[in-house]
Design a protein around this ligand. Structure first.
Ligand SMILES: [Ca+2]
Ligand SMILES: [Ca+2]
Length: 413
């Protein structure tokens, strides 16, 4: 598929500078009359959060991604936290930094022996002249969660006659830890805001500047009293929009890629007109707040999804979205988020990010809507038969777009 190979090439780690390919391309295009392209030295100063024992984020990995050419160069910060890109073409770039602290280093820097990942993101840095000072990336972070979002099938599918069908969406949550995790009470929600320049007048959500929280539209909860719903290490649960065999059910879509009649849960949005069907084979999540249509529809252009825990979900603040007259969202503080995922419309949509960089420093994108593609977390390593999934709190690095969804699976679709 175009999108998956495109994505692979976008995040590949290159040992040679980003500019080499571009200059070769220009030279080839111009034949013998190759022009000399001006390049800049770009320094990025990566700093730790101000509460840490020292400021320099040595060892941080800095990704410089051209939004025009879709190539990424990588540099590692030195002992002073400085990362250098020696030859950068003028243009528009996404600068993203990340640093994984193991328990020992976290102890030295924070006083707590808890591994964590730190991230920073500058989604739109235009470089037209040689900078006189380094670009600063101040990292912020969250702990590495045991539960991770393994797959989000959000693009949905087309019917045999070319119509659109979105009831087959699902989210899969995976136990990435070495111990059993109980999912009783786990909350799942979708981030508020558009996924990109969908219409000429579309603008990013005005709430994204508040980086300490993610603002969500609807919230659902897994029932249970605390120890009723175990997930073994390496196992997962599937949350369906509708828990039916979408390929065979009379209410389904023969061209859908999934059977979700054996999903663990579904979002049943009970309403007087009965518009959402209650599948008898799949138990229902608890609806905490629903601010949408007749079902929990994830944005087919690209959703932000968070899973989180709090003992009192009713105590979370609700906020009126600035500039609207009746659009309310719920504020979920970063500290209670277990894992986050973000997809946007396309590679130029970084400025539309809704999930704070501290939770997710990147995003993925499908080749379009209703493509039957899916976003799946990559496997980092396998221990025995247990897959350990990549979790750097950066969907660009952690996820890939695959041609068909693979609920509970990791095979080639
Ligand atoms: Ca439903
Ligand atoms: Ca049901």
């Amino acid at each position: 598929m175009f999108a998956s190979s495109f994505l692979r090439s976008r995040i590949v780690t290159r040992s040679r500078p980003i500019v080499a390919t571009a200059i070769l391309g220009l030279s080839a295009a111009c034949g013998d009359n190759a022009v000399e392209v001006q390049t800049f030295v770009i320094d990025v100063q990566v700093t730790l959060p101000t509460t840490f024992a020292q400021p320099a984020a040595s060892g941080a990995r800095v990704l410089l991604t051209s939004t025009e050419r879709n190539v990424t160069d990588t540099a590692v910060a030195d002992a002073q936290g400085l990362a250098r890109f020696p030859r950068v073409l003028p243009g528009s770039y996404i600068i993203a930094s990340s640093l994984v602290l193991d328990a020992d280093r976290a102890l030295a820097l924070t006083g707590q022996r808890t591994a964590l990942t730190l991230n920073a993101l500058d989604p739109a840095r235009v470089i037209t002249t040689a900078p006189t000072t380094p670009f600063v990336q101040r990292l912020s972070g969250s702990r590495l969660g045991d539960l991770v979002i393994k797959e989000v099938y959000y693009p949905a599918s087309r019917t045999p006659s070319g119509g659109v069908y979105f009831s087959d969406q699902f989210v899969e949550i995976y136990n990435n830890a070495t111990d059993t995790v109980f999912v009783d009470g786990l909350l799942i929600a979708d981030a508020f805001g558009p996924a990109g320049q969908i219409n000429p007048t579309t603008v990013p959500t005005p709430l994204q500047a508040q980086a300490g929280s993610v603002f969500v539209t609807s919230i659902w909860q897994i029932p249970g009293t605390g120890r009723q719903r175990p997930i073994a290490p390496g196992q997962s649960i599937v949350i369906a929009q509708d828990g039916i065999d979408h390929r065979g059910d009379a209410n389904g879509n023969p061209a859908s890629p999934v059977n979700l009649a054996t999903a663990d849960w579904e979002t049943f949005n009970e309403r007087p007109d009965g518009r959402d069907l209650d599948s008898p084979t799949v138990p229902n999540l608890t609806r905490i707040v629903h601010r949408g249509g007749f079902d929990w529809l994830l944005a087919v252009f690209g959703p932000g999804v968070v899973i989180f825990r709090t003992p009192n979900v009713a105590a979370l603040d609700s906020t009126l979205v600035p500039g609207t007259t009746g659009t309310w969202v719920t504020r979920v503080p970063n500290e209670i988020v277990v894992d986050a995922f973000e997809a946007l419309q396309n590679g130029n949509s970084a400025s539309y990010k809704r999930v704070p960089a501290a939770l997710d420093a990147g995003f993925v994108f499908a080749s379009g809507t209703y493509t039957s593609e899916s976003a799946r977390r990559r496997v980092s390593t396998t221990i025995g038969t247990r897959r350990v999934l990549r979790d750097s709190n950066n969907s660009s690095a952690d996820f890939e777009i695959i041609a068909r969804p693979t609920p509970r699976g990791f095979g080639t679709p």
